[in-house]
Structures are given as structure tokens and as C-alpha cells.
Design a protein around this ligand. Structure first.
Ligand SMILES: C[S@@+](CC[C@H](N)C(=O)[O-])C[C@H]1O[C@@H](n2cnc3c(N)ncnc32)[C@H](O)[C@@H]1O
Length: 403
């Protein structure tokens, strides 16, 4: 089936970029930096506008986004029959090949719908019935999100139908073959690093030190950011590739450009350590898969033994916080020890602690300069920033209780 560009696909539309709660401020900056307008900001997304070809660029370059949704049509539908009727009027045959495959995902809040799966089925029926009617054959459908994905957003009687141009969420970069326990989502790790302001080569951002690295997500994302390497280069499948009219030449050009603008080396050190050998082995493999294994210095050691070079930078730890691993009582001494480690070994650095337990964070015993809210799945978390002064200011943050 030839991929024919149709007007509907080529024209401009609203693009909704979703992300985890807490991340919109960083996603907003990314979207603006790529030259797209920000039309709206919600607690879990940014609205912009562009063509479907623009979604290729967004999928390739955004670090903190989950999904890039391209609006097809908005309409009123008080119930599922009305949804079916309105969705049947959309020329789906221009988007999805009759010999293709489609998955419908949704977010539904309508008084007539008790189970959102029913809405998905009605929407899917409208799509495949329409294509059968126009082309004589209906595409396959099912739950797999690795081909064409249509997203239904239905609130009261307002429906929006989007092409999910990402397919699988963008947090699945493809490098984390070994996740271990309680890994940080890749997009969250990227947002956390952007929140620190670490930008190697600028303002003397310095080294990136990551004790308690686990599967290595923070160190790997730091290497990708440091190299200005597009996270989407790591993936070979996106939803937009399964939409008719996919312009492969545009995609190839975008990838080539992204490769050209990426740096080959870093002007700082990235050091990642963990007390568990299997964590460091997994982190090494994940970093190698991401193509940045040679840029990260790994070691197996207690966090307090992590080498911290003299010239400054950031040191960032994501210890367990008792929700998913470990016990809170046992963790108290770990958090206290992190405070000692910051004071004794990390002078001249900005220290960061990412945790979902603020009571444990108090055990660090240092006053946080900034407390930035994030969400790790449903758990409300904080990224706490500690300025760890050198020389005459070194005592300024020495024994101040957490404020
Ligand atoms: C919450 S996990 C970090 C997850 C990581 N951010 C990721 O994305 O995979 C905490 C890590 O701290 C490590 N850890 C616990 N106690 C430690 C210690 N005393 N020294 C060094 N690492 C430690 C654990 O082995 C675990 O890998």
C-alpha cells in the first residue's frame, strides 16, 4: 500500500504532549527551545501546534515527554452511540492502512461509561468499520501499542481523538534492558537533571557524580544531555511510522541532523557507583546499550567512598525511601550518612537528594536551598538541593537542621 500524503495529515493541528505530574515546567522549556509555541499547560502536559511532520521532531528530541498526541478531531458525544457515529465520520482510511493494526487507548470521564474499555471498543469499531466500508478490508486491532495508536480523551460530553505519534511511551528509550528494583523512569531522570541546571560546558557546571546509581538511569540521561544526544535516536519504532503518509525522508533527515549536532565527548566526568555489584553490572550494560558506556566511570562501593574530584559539579543521590524497598528505620542512618558525605567530601559541589520521604530527608541535617516537587509514579517526591560551600563559607551549611 503506497504511503500517500493526504491533506488532513499534512495540515497543522493541536499537539498535546503529555508528561508526568511535576514535569510540565521542564517540558515547557524544551518545547519553547525547539521553537514551538506553548498554547496551554496542564498538570500533566503541554499543548502546542504543528504538522504531523513536526511530531517526528518532538518525538526525536524531547527528553521529558511521555507521548506526543496529534489532534484529529474534537466533537460532542453524550454517550457511546454518539461517539461511534461521530468517530465513523473521520476519514480513518487516510491515517491507517486497511492491512494495518490499530490500538485505541483512552482517558474517559463520562457519566454513561463505567468501564473505559467499552469506550475503547466503540471507538475501535468506528475506526475499523469505516476503513472496511471505504477499503473493503478492516485492519487488525488489539492492545499492542507498537503500531498505530489512537487516543480518545473523553470528558463529560467532549471528545478529542488523537493519533498517538509516540506509540510506546517515550520514557521507554530502549536502553534499559536490566531495570533492577525501583528504577527511576528515564523521562523523570531527565527532568530531574534539567531541574538541577547541570549543563556541561556552560557556567562551569562541572562533574556529574551519582552514588547509589542503581540501573544507571540518572548517569545515562546525564551523558545523553551532556552530549546533546537526541533520546529518540535510541529507538527504532514510533507510532507515527505506522500512520499513512509517514514521511521517511523527513525522519531520516531529522536523525541525520541530530547525529551531526551531538558531541562526541564530554568536558567533565560522570561517575556512577552502587554498593551492589549486580546494580553496577546492569548500569554498565544499560549505558553500553545507550551508547554512552565509555563516558561513565563506574565503581562498586559504598556511596561514601564514591570518588569526588576536586573541581566541583553536582552530586546526586536517589536512595531508597521505604515505599518500595528497604525499611524506613534502617534508612535513617543512610540519610544521616549522606549529610556527612556531602559535608566531608563534596565541598564546592551542589548536592541533590531525590526522595519520596521528607521525614527521612530531614536526617540529612542540612538546610535545603531548593525543594522541587516531582512524582515518581503516584508517590510525591522532592528533589532537594544543598549548596556545599568551600573555604570560608564551608561552615555555613555545616550543622543547620533541615528547615
Ligand atoms: C532507589 S535505587 C536507585 C535507582 C536508580 N536511580 C535507577 O534509576 O535505577 C537505590 C540504590 O541505592 C543502592 N544503595 C543502597 N545502599 C547503598 C550504600 N550504602 N551505598 C551505595 N549504594 C547503596 C541500592 O543498591 C540501589 O541500587
Amino acid at each position: 500500500m503506497p504511503h500517500i500524503r493526504k491533506n488532513n495529515v499534512a495540515g497543522k493541528s493541536r499537539i498535546l504532549i503529555t508528561c508526568a505530574k511535576g514535569i510540565p515546567p521542564y517540558l515547557r522549556e524544551e518545547v519553547l527551545a525547539l521553537g514551538f509555541p506553548v498554547l496551554d499547560e496542564t498538570i500533566a502536559g503541554i499543548a502546542t501546534e504543528g504538522t504531523i511532520d513536526d511530531t517526528l521532531r518532538l518525538n526525536l528530541l524531547l527528553r521529558t515527554a511521555h507521548r506526543v498526541l496529534f489532534l484529529i478531531r474534537e466533537f460532542a458525544a453524550p454517550d457511546a452511540d454518539a461517539l461511534y457515529r461521530a468517530a465513523s465520520e473521520i476519514p480513518w482510511e487516510e491515517y491507517i492502512a486497511p492491512d494495518g493494526y490499530v490500538c485505541v487507548t483512552s482517558s474517559v470521564d463520562n457519566p454513561t461509561i463505567r468501564d473505559s474499555r467499552f469506550a475503547n471498543v466503540r471507538c475501535k469499531d468506528a475506526i475499523v468499520d469505516r476503513i472496511k466500508d471505504k477499503c473493503g478490508r478492516r485492519p487488525d486491532s488489539g492492545p499492542d501499542q507498537d503500531r498505530a495508536v489512537v487516543n480518545l480523551y473523553w470528558k463529560n460530553s467532549r471528545c478529542s481523538l488523537y493519533i498517538d505519534t509516540s506509540g510506546e511511551p517515550l520514557s521507554r528509550r530502549g536502553y534499559r534492558k536490566i531495570p533492577l528494583t525501583a528504577p527511576m523512569q528515564e523521562t523523570l531522570a531527565a527532568a530531574v537533571i534539567l531541574a538541577t541546571g547541570w549543563a556541561p560546558g556552560q557556567n562551569g557546571s562541572g562533574h556529574f557524580i551519582n552514588p547509589m546509581c542503581g540501573s544507571g538511569t540518572l548517569a545515562i540521561e546525564a551523558a545523553l544531555i551532556g552530549l546533546n544526544r537526541a533520546p529518540g535516536l535510541l529507538r527504532d519504532n514510533f507510532g507515527f511510522m505506522h500512520i499513512r503518509g509517514f514521511n521517511e525522508a523527513v525522519w531520516d533527515e531529522l536523525r541525520a541532523q541530530a547525529k551531526k549536532t551531538a558531541k562526541k565527548a564530554l568536558d567533565c566526568r560522570i561517575i556512577a557507583t552502587d554498593i551492589r555489584t549486580e546494580a553496577v553490572e546492569a548500569a554498565k550494560k544499560n549505558a553500553a546499550t545507550a551508547g554512552v558506556g565509555h563516558l561513565i566511570e563506574f565503581a562498586v562501593c559504598d556511596y561514601s567512598e564514591t570518588p569526588v574530584p576536586d573541581s566541583g559539579g553536582i552530586v546526586i543521590l536517589n536512595p531508597e525511601y521505604g515505599e518500595r524497598m528497604g525499611k524506613i528505620k534502617e534508612l535513617e542512618s543512610v540519610y544521616k550518612g549522606i549529610g556527612d558525605f556531602f559535608k566531608q567530601k563534596c565541598r564546592g559541589y551542589n548536592g541533590y537528594l531525590f526522595t519520596g520521604n521528607l521525614d527521612l530527608a530531614k536526617k540529612v541535617g542540612l538546610r535545603a536551598k531548593r525543594r522541587i516537587q516531582f512524582f515518581n509514579s503516584r508517590i510525591e517526591c522532592r528533589l532537594l538541593e544543598y549548596e556545599l560551600y568551600v573555604g570560608s563559607r564551608k561552615n555555613k551549611n555545616a550543622e543547620i537542621p533541615y528547615g
